[in-house]
Design a binder for this molecule. Sequence first.
Ligand SMILES: [Zn+2]
Length: 335
Amino acid sequence: MQYIDDNATLYGGVAQQIWDWAEVGYLETQSSNLLQQQLSNAGFEITTGVAGIPTAFVASWSAGTGGPTVGILAEYDALPGITQDRNPLRDAIDHKAAGHACGHHLFGTGSVAAAIATRMWMQESGQIGEIRLYGTPAEEGGAGKVYMVRDGLFDDVDVVLHWHPSDSNSADARSSLANKSAKFRFTGLSAHAAGAPHRGRSALDGVEAMNHMVNLMREHVPMETRIHYVITSGGAAPNVVPDFSEVYYYVRHPDPAQVNEIFDRVVQTAEGAALGTDTEVEFEVIHGIYNVLPNISLQEVIHSNLTRVGGVEYRPKKDSLLRPCVRHCLPMLLE
Ligand SMILES: [Zn+2]
């Protein structure tokens, strides 16, 4: 804890730098390098480009033989399409295409700081074992960890710890939703929408028919199901029958078996939509992940340690928040 306090400025700077870069999934080159640099400075051995992903890495430090191997996950990817300047009210940065909305700049940096602090504690206390930090790209869609698991990178680990920035300092045994996603791509026949509409087959019709069927399906799936979509390509001009259209789906449920079942029904709506609109459809699975499988014993240990550290204290909202000028108000909010 002393090490973390003494180096708060250093790690604050690292987090701020990653926040400024705001690199999206699988393209987190600078962010990944900066975190690797901290770990290598602290004597960790780094293996980079693991699981065939240029921005994934494993950093390890060990003492003695026969001790436990403890993994810590670090995420550092940003969210596309969202930016925000450093103040508490909505203030988008015009030139930025991505941003750290949920705080993966803190996630990556905090995990690296924890790994280094633990390594120092191990050295001082004579604790044997291995501390291993996993640099895991593309959490915001893309599921980088799945490929790392598939490559066996976690096979010899006793336990893996992760965390996420939040508004309180606590650990609970909450799970998450299993999730499977896919992009459904419809192809049709282009034609002039006024001059020769009968010659066209609209790929967008395929997408709309599919979405309609999925929306009807919502009544007939288990309560906890979540299905969301965005149309990522819907044509370019109203007077051109679109010959290509794409819709991107997520299917979620607490139980992975249910996710697979519901996902297959979503695929059937795509096939039905293609048949009915005389278009063709194919789909690409983008990712599939289990829900988090919590460990109650570890949750209790971590929670009691987090309680010792303390956390954020909230005070009643000040009237000054309601004033329109953010920069003028900020100094008052920070009092
Ligand atoms: Zn997040």
